[in-house]
Write a protein that binds this ligand. Structure first.
Ligand code: GRF
Length: 205
């Protein structure tokens, strides 16, 4: 199987995935890294790892669908089977989601459905919740919404700061995202309505 990672910023989750492909924890080919931000560290990380990259910037387009259409064309050219969003800051159009049905996953730094949006860690911390966490989920046309694959919780202690929580959240992300990707690669994820069943035995495609 061949996949693409989409990232707009730092790309620390991308890096965890690159490393997991290298060690064999993820048994699939990372065929293309896509970014909508040419200044992103994510692109640099991909180039340094010798992975093919593509950068398209939305300001050169007049509407979301034509932007997503060009990305889809590139993904098909590269024979990409599934897409992993890792800090990709744009909402995919329904058109894009239809092109990769049940084949797009995302990571979000809160326990969904709480604290959707771009500031999940900060919003949870500021709200004063005692437990937050990380969610990996399938992507549908709504933001941070599709069926949940994995979640891991994290207690917020009285001496935690936003920075310490961010650090702990990212550590969890870098550990569980490669695991979730490999579960997908092994064909162990079955979607039943809003629920995702994780099968015990690998069913290789
Ligand atoms: C992560 O916290 C991820 O959960 C969220 O965006 C952030 C991306 O961080 N979707 P990085 O670019 O992988 O460092």
């Amino acid at each position: 199987m061949k996949f693409s990672v989409f990232a707009s910023g730092n790309g620390t989750n991308l890096q965890a995935i690159i490393d997991a492909v290298k060690t064999g924890e993820i048994k699939a080919e990372l065929g293309l890294v896509f970014s909508d931000n040419k200044k992103s560290l994510a692109l640099k990380r991909a180039e340094e790892a010798g992975i093919k990259t593509l950068c398209l910037e939305y300001r050169n387009y007049t509407n979301k669908q034509s932007f997503d259409r060009d990305i889809v064309i590139a993904l098909k050219e590269h024979e990409i089977d599934f897409v992993v969003l890792a800090g990709y800051m744009r909402l995919l159009t329904p058109y894009f989601v239809e092109q990769f049905p049940r084949r797009i996953i995302n990571i979000h730094p809160s326990l969904l459905p709480s604290f959707k949006g771009i500031q999940g860690i900060k919003d949870a911390f500021t709200y004063g919740v005692k437990t937050t966490g990380v969610t990996v989920h399938f992507v549908d046309e709504k933001m941070d919404h599709g069926p949940i694959i994995l979640q891991e919780s994290l207690k917020i202690l009285s001496n935690d700061t936003l920075e310490s929580i961010e650090e702990k959240i990212h550590k969890i992300e870098h550990r569980i995202y490669p695991k979730a990707v490999q579960l997908f690669v092994e064909g162990r994820l079955r979607i039943k309505g809003r629920k995702v069943i994780v099968l015990d035995e690998p069913q290789f495609f």
